[in-house]
Design a protein around this ligand. Structure first.
Ligand SMILES: Cc1ncc(C[n+]2csc(CCOP(=O)(O)OP(=O)(O)O)c2C)c(N)n1
Ligand SMILES: [Mg+2]
Length: 336
């Protein structure tokens, strides 16, 4: 286990290149999703669409600790994670627009980002449905003798589904290299964790399976990196799973059909959490360290906005699939 002192160390070290990459990743997700909301309002994106704004330190912190040959699987709140994993903003935006240059040819949409090249295994719409898949991937890694791991992101509502318990039991019993990450943003749609779960420190659910477990601050990218780093090392070296509860908050509504603050949380609560914007926290730390100037930040922001505009233009120019394509990609040919 990394000691608290060691965890603090990374946050306190000045590493301009590392911190710039972390900031860039989070800002790219933020700007990408701001434009996603705009495109949705203009009718360029249809169907369900869940924004990740406020939670970017979880994706960036976690995925910055992985190797390219590790695996990632997640829920429907997947745009930020897809981008942080290395999928191009073009492929993600075109998918959102339902166009043929999208990562799954426009057939999946917002909730179903998928990319075999980056081992990004989706994007799943059924709450809890993907957790057993993560256990299966963990089994496959072990069976083949690899030292990769699989990171499985989920919302905190997932811990009250049966699939979660079956999947965690097997992962612990068979000692599989799985890192289960609960993004505890306090609400499942309009239901608070306190109204849905008998215990509120939900990482303790891991105790039922004798699984290593930890809770950390999801607004601090370094806290996320420290916790995930330990879990990944455990998965690679010991092939033991870990359950992490990463405490975060979504700054937008549950989905595009939901008002920002809604009736289930107060404006005052939202404003309180927004004081801990993960991007602002990292930016302030870098400014204090002397690794970021106002000018540098402005240049980074302008570059990112141009990348996102390019993704928009690319998506807009991409055609829709012809109707007949509906019958493609339905069955896999396993004979070849
Ligand atoms: C099995 C199932 N039941 C209900 C839903 C409807 N639903 C979609 S999102 C959601 C809330 C999930 O909340 P949480 O797991 O906390 O993730 P968050 O949206 O906060 O990221 C529900 C109930 C669903 N998609 N699947
Ligand atoms: Mg939630």
């Amino acid at each position: 286990m990394l000691s608290m002192a060691k965890k603090k160390l990374e946050a306190d070290t000045k590493d301009a290149a590392r911190d710039t990459a972390l900031l860039h990743s989070m800002l790219l997700q933020r700007r990408f999703e701001e434009r996603t909301a705009e495109a949705y309002a203009l009718g360029k994106i249809g169907g369900f669409c869940h924004l990740y704004i406020g939670q970017e330190a979880v994706s960036t912190g976690t995925l910055s600790m992985l190797r390219p040959d590790d695996y990632v699987i997640t829920t429907y709140r997947d745009h930020g994670q897809a981008i942080a994993r290395g999928m191009t903003p073009r492929a993600v935006m075109a998918e959102l627009f339902g166009r043929q240059d999208g990562c799954v040819r426009g057939k999946g949409g917002s909730m179903h980002m998928f990319d075999a090249n980056t081992n990004f295994l989706g994007g799943h719409g059924i709450v809890g449905g993907h957790v057993p898949l993560a256990t299966g991937v963990g089994f496959a890694i072990k069976y083949r003798g690899g030292d990769q791991c699989i990171v499985c992101f989920m919302g905190e509502s997932v811990v009250n589904t049966g699939a979660f318990h079956e999947a965690l039991n097997m992962a612990a019993l068979w000692k599989l290299p799985c890192v289960f990450i609960i993004e505890n943003n306090r609400y499942g749609m309009g239901t608070s964790l306190e109204r849905a779960s008998a215990i509120h420190d939900i990482y303790e659910r891991g105790a039922a399976y004798n699984m290593a477990r930890q809770q950390c601050d999801g607004q601090d990218v370094f806290a996320v990196r420290a916790a995930v780093g330990e879990a990944v090392e455990r998965a690679r070296k010991e092939q033991h799973p870990t359950l992490l509860e990463i405490r975060t908050y979504r700054f937008m509504g549950h989905s595009m059909s939901d008002a920002v603050s809604g009736t289930y949380r107060t404006k005052a609560e939202l404003e309180e959490y927004m004081k801990r914007d993960p991007i602002t926290l990292l930016r302030q730390r870098m400014e204090a360290n002397g690794t970021l100037t106002e000018e540098h930040l402005r240049a980074m922001d302008a570059e990112i906005k141009a990348v996102v505009q390019d993704a928009w233009d690319f998506a807009d120019a991409s055609p829709e699939l012809p109707l007949e394509a509906l019958y493609e990609d339905v069955y896999a040919d396993t004979t070849t």
